[in-house]
Write a new protein. Structure first.
Length: 121
């Protein structure tokens, strides 16, 4: 886990899912250590796993992240961005985000941004 508690002047945080250890749970744990009063943005780019491969444990991790990001909105007015990659002809992460981040999407507090490229299966 990354401890961000000593990054006092942290302004922009981006989490890229490129390493096997950088799970949603890992992102949540890192965000829980943030103490910066200057934080302005949080961007998350998950690995773009196909929705049909998403299990209950994965949903639970996202619900914890959802709760934490709502707290960041409430305390710092930080509107998170979630980047996704579209799957050609398939349901993608964008379609699943309302169930993965239910509170943020219900309140309209998350920006969904399509990343570059379309993946073909």
């Amino acid at each position: 886990m990354i401890d961000l508690s000593k990054a006092a002047k942290l302004k922009y945080l981006t989490f890229l899912r490129r390493h096997p250890r950088s799970t949603v749970q890992w992102i949540t744990a890192a965000l829980q250590t943030v103490n910066s009063k200057t934080l302005q943005s949080i961007t998350i780019r998950p690995d773009g796993g196909r929705p049909e491969t998403i299990g209950e444990e994965f949903h639970q991790e996202w619900r914890h992240l959802d709760h934490l990001l709502v707290q960041f909105w409430t305390s710092h007015s930080i509107r998170p961005r979630v980047m996704y990659v579209a799957w050609k002809g398939k349901k993608g992460l964008r379609d699943c985000l309302p169930s993965l981040l239910p509170e943020l999407t219900r309140r309209g507090l998350v920006d969904l941004v399509q990343g570059s490229g379309i993946l073909e299966l």
